[in-house]
Design a protein around this ligand. Structure first.
Ligand code: PLP
Length: 371
């Protein structure tokens, strides 16, 4: 029996050793309340400060710009729900946290900006929307979780800055793999996508005064996010951020080569397979694979899962009623094609041997179903 293979890193990541050690240290030595002034509080505060510095370094920011939250969803909500009125422009492929938080605001109009068939924001549509009147916020993800397609952030940021509109960048999938090319007004990301534990995320900003706290009741995080800090999760997040920063360039190159090997294997051995977003810049770890006609992603996931290989689909299935992915639909992929899209996302734990095993399993499935 071979060891299980995990290739669903865009969903979440296994805990890095460094993060595991930091979580244990925070639980053993940092059990004090970081707001207390005695020795126990001081120890906890030291751990908190260290994590803040580590997370800041990963984002190329200073520690005072880091506001800890429970994850990217909360950080996004904090930014979007701070907009009280006016227009929010958001790419149609944003995470539901952006779209649903904007839709939930009473006096806010959400305008969804289209993407092209490659999955990149249409600059003409952004220009038009910015010209059409004042906007309160523009929200764009650095890279998409389903397709790995990377947005032209520098270009977007300069247009948004010229219109004097704050920019929110969801860097959740991006920052663990590559350095951000810009400093947005607000940048959000989360620990569990880069080897940290669940339950800690960050909002990076120099514009805290724009934020309307969503959790009241304590002065923590400069009064912008009440509640005693979740120190073990935050410490693990910090340690993961430091570990990622130390190895990011090398690991990104190694993982990119693995992804390309798998991509070539599948394209050569599985006639009719296609890569989604292939003409756009993509995250080096992500393979959004449209299987040949007649092979559903669900069947492929089950086939791989029986061999202890974990991957996921590009489309979500809600309570038995399958809905084609809105991200793929926005790229003009038909509903039927959406159900043939498999998302394979690699990470630091993967090896060439694993890639070969996954490639072989997919090719076997292709031969079985086409014979
Ligand atoms: N944004 C993107 C692009 C994501 O992929 C995710 C996670 O699925 C989130 C936001 C939400 O992150 P969290 O799980 O920390 O709330």
């Amino acid at each position: 029996m071979s060891a299980p293979i995990y290739m669903d890193y865009n969903a979440t990541t296994p805990l890095l050793e460094e993060a595991h050690a930091a979580v244990l240290e925070a639980m053993a030595d940092g059990w004090g309340n970081p707001s207390s002034h005695h020795w126990a509080g001081k120890k906890a505060k030291e751990i908190l400060d260290r994590a803040r510095t580590q997370v800041a370094s990963l984002a190329g920011a200073s520690p005072e710009e880091v506001l800890f939250t429970s994850g990217a969803t909360e950080a996004i909500n904090l930014v979007v729900r701070s907009v009280q009125r006016g227009r929010i422009l958001a790419s149609v492929i944003e995470h539901p946290a952006v779209l649903e938080a904007a839709e939930a605001q009473h006096d806010v109009a959400l305008e969804k900006l289209p993407v092209d068939a490659r999955g990149c924001l249409l600059m003409g549509a952004l220009d038009q929307a910015l010209d059409a009147g004042e906007s309160a916020l523009v929200a764009v993800m650095a890279a998409n979780n389903e397709t790995g397609v990377i947005q032209p952030l520098s270009d977007i940021a300069s247009r948004v800055a010229a219109a004097h509109v704050p920019l929110l960048v969801d860097a959740t999938q991006y920052i663990g793999k590559m350095a951000l090319p810009i400093h947005a007004t607000f940048t959000v990301f989360t620990g569990h996508k880069l080897g940290g534990p669940k339950g800690a995320g960050a909002l990076i900003t120099r514009e805290r005064r724009r934020l309307q706290p969503q959790i009241l009741g304590g002065g923590q995080e400069w009064g912008r996010r009440g509640g005693t800090e979740a120190l073990p999760a935050i410490a693990g997040f910090g340690a993961a951020a430091a570990a990622v920063l130390a190895t990011r360039e090398r690991e990104t190159a190694r993982i990119g080569a693995l992804r390309d090997t798998l991509q070539t294997m599948v394209l050569e051995g599985m006639p009719g397979a296609r890569i989604v977003g292939v003409n756009a810049p993509r995250l080096p770890n992500t393979l959004s694979l449209m299987l040949p006609h007649g092979i559903e992603a669900e069947a492929a996931i089950n086939h791989l899962n029986r061999q202890d290989i974990a991957v996921s689909a590009g489309s979500a299935c809600h309570s038995g009623s399958p809905t084609p992915s809105r991200v793929l639909r926005a790229m003009n992929i038909t509903p039927a094609e959406c159900f043939r899209v498999l998302r394979i996302s690699l990470g630091p734990g993967n090896t060439l041997k694993e890639v070969e095993r996954v490639g072989d399993a997919l090719l076997r499935l292709g031969r079985q179903l086409s014979s």
